[in-house]
Ligand binder design. Structure first.
Ligand SMILES: NC(=O)c1ccc[n+]([C@@H]2O[C@H](COP(=O)([O-])OP(=O)(O)OC[C@H]3O[C@@H](n4cnc5c(N)ncnc54)[C@H](OP(=O)(O)O)[C@@H]3O)[C@@H](O)[C@H]2O)c1
Length: 316
């Protein structure tokens, strides 16, 4: 599929990173997985020709060493919540700029960058604005590099933190007070995102391009929560919160460990997370719908799934 023989993946230990590394390995590409935490990256070690590179991408020397001898880099580093110590600007703007600079210095002329749908310097949240500034930084710093930017809607898959979070939240609640209930999403499967990254690596049509990535179905957040509850054999009433109550809820949740939700996350939901165009045609991928994939991992968490787990346990 591709002529790249060795690829550096930054953010390899994350949800998307694990899928991207597996897809690249399937394509016969040697992967160098850069991580600050090699323990977190341990599950990747089962992949053939995968090398774990321990180091921080914020360390210029480590970044230069990680880029030594690779043909391309894939940047999947991102955060959903900022802190005083780790602001969005550092992760979404300064880091892509430094990665692009380091790539040029190392002669690694191919870079794939994961941004987010609705990223724009004028976006409604600091998350989306920083993502937009990051894309601008890449254009400024990426002169001479063949850069491809992917901008996915929310991504689902077995280890996602989106559907799994709602599955955990709805379990104890007969009525779900939901902020942003009417915001629309087009969730995209992590394997389709990983295939998009792998297929684009060597495809010159994607050089210098940005692509929005969405799945085939459009759902409001309320639809998604009902879907997740239904898979667990539960019926839940959704109570859409007015803007002021949503803000108050996010304000409280923001102080919980995690955090589960912040006012900035809520601000991102002022815009629908839907694509204006279908999945990029040149990739030759028909993206999977949630209904085809999610029951395979979430339904097993519900009562019915637990019973089939027991049945499997006793050999039935
Ligand atoms: N998941 C989604 O629904 C979704 C939707 C749209 C866009 N995206 C974007 O897709 C990319 C991958 O997302 P994901 O869901 O895989 O995220 P994830 O599971 O949270 O993984 C993010 C990776 O970023 C690295 N990272 C986190 N904080 C860092 C820091 N302070 N300094 C350096 N590295 C740091 C981590 O690497 P180590 O800890 O191993 O160093 C981690 O492996 C991100 O850019 C994300 O914003 C995701």
């Amino acid at each position: 599929m591709t002529g790249r023989s060795r690829v550096l993946v930054l953010g390899a230990s994350g949800f998307v990173g694990r899928a991207v590394c597996a897809r690249l390995a399937t394509c016969g590409i040697a992967v160098r997985a850069m991580t600050r935490d090699s323990v977190k990256a341990r599950p990747l070690q089962v992949l053939p020709a995968l090398e774990i590179f321990s180091g921080s991408p914020h360390d210029d020397d480590a970044l230069a060493r990680a880029l030594d001898g690779v043909d391309a880099a894939v940047n999947l580093v991102g955060i959903l919540h900022q802190s005083r110590r780790v602001p969005f600007e550092k992760i979404h703007v300064e880091l892509p700029r430094r990665i692009a600079r380091a790539c040029r210095a190392a002669g690694v002329m191919r870079l794939v960058h994961m941004s987010a749908l609705n990223a724009s310097a004028g976006g409604p949240s600091e998350y989306l604005r920083s993502r937009g500034r990051g894309e601008v930084a890449l254009r400024e710093e990426g002169g001479g590099l063949a850069v491809t930017v992917f901008r996915p809607s929310v991504i689902f898959g077995e280890d996602d933190s989106f559907l799994n979070l709602f599955a955990a939240l709805v379990r104890p609640l007969p009525v779900v007070p939901l902020a942003g209930a009417r915001t629309r999403f087009q969730p995209v499967w992590v394997e389709d995102v990983a295939r998009a990254v792998a297929s684009s690596l060597d495809d010159a049509r994607s050089f210098g391009q940005s692509y929005d990535l969405c799945g085939p179905g459009t759902y409001t957040l309320a639809d998604i929560v009902r879907f997740v509850a239904g898979l667990q054999g539960r019926r839940r009433r959704i109570l859409p919160l007015p803007a002021w109550a949503g803000l108050a809820q996010a304000f409280v949740l923001e102080y919980l460990p995690g955090p589960v939700m912040t006012r900035d996350n809520l601000a991102s939901m002022k815009m629908d997370s839907v694509c204006a165009c279908p999945f990029p045609e040149f990739l030759g991928i028909a993206p999977a719908a949630m209904e085809a994939i999610v029951p395979g991992y979430l339904a097993s968490a519900g009562p019915r799934g637990r019973y089939s787990g027991y049945r499997r346990g006793v050999g039935r």
